[in-house]
Design a protein around this ligand. Sequence first.
Ligand code: UT7
Length: 327
Amino acid sequence: MRRGVVAGVGFTVPDRVLTNDDLSALVDTTDEWIVQRTGIKERRIAGPEDTASTLGTDAARKALAAAGMAPEELQMIVCGTVTGDMAFPSTACFIHEALGIAPIPAYDVGAACAGFIYALANANAMIATGVVDNALVIGVDVLTKYVDWTDRSTCVLFGDGAGAVVLKASETGDRGLVKTVLLADGGGAKHISYESGGSRYPFGEPQSQGRRLKVYMNGAEVYRFAVVAMGDACCRVIELAGLEPKDIQLFVPHQANLRIIRAAQERLGLPDERVFVNVEKYGNTSGASIPIGLAEAEQTGRLTKGDLVLTVGFGAGLVWGANLIRW
Ligand code: UT7
């Protein structure tokens, strides 16, 4: 069966580190509270010069180098982001410009923290149906430019970064994206949002009066949803593949909160050594967290060719989904 095989992966994070102690000087919080409730110790913060496309391009170049591919060989770019450089053009177009290559399809997928899950599934479908023979898939978010730095319930959670993979078509063997589950429930849209600047509440228009200019999140609702949704998506994708949790060599979940990760781990019955966690270093990097995890796992020797890796994400929408990949 024709499908997309991961040929290379890469990631990038900004240099600036913001620790929990740094945050306690900004808002009424403590290192102890943040570590206990989220597992986060520090996160990376984009500088004024860093944007979704600059970080995304950097990660893309690393993934291309790992795949041994020149940018000119690319046939498609899909970027999962909700914090793009501009409302339009798409961040994928800015990345295309930065790579300096001839015209190819390039577009964004807006699925918040599940952006990479959705983007990878989308690119794989384009490969499986013969539209393209390869694709660059990026997950990038720069949420620290959107959070309210006076709101302790959200500003402690997020960090910035980008990850990318190059998918190449393969007609033989069992490597590649094995199965996908994608879900959305717009009934949960009210739980995480960034209201201003869109066509509902345009900047400077009367209807935007009193609307939030920063990230809003009902953390407790999202937490309740995430604990169930992550486990459900994982079980469904494993079942679709006719496999069992014990067949998973590495679980790379969205890194939002260590407690949410552990709940999914428990449901799958996986030991710690099969679960990838880096939330303590980067916080929640939204659409970037899964490809950053995949890249770090490979670099540290925890992921090798032929391994079965389970990825799962959830976020604003509400959206959620899982990809099962034979690495
Ligand atoms: O990628 C998707 C994005 N979203 C998420 O993944 C978020 C999912 N939700 C969560 O991770 C958790 O709900 C949070 C980490 C956001 C909050 O943890 P919690 O255990 O659900 O805490 P809580 O919201 O129930 O708040 C408990 C208390 C509250 O005080 P009171 O009302 O009990 O007096 C909060 O005001 O903790 C307080 N609190 C804080 N205290 C110190 C909230 N944020 C902080 C803080 N430092 N940073």
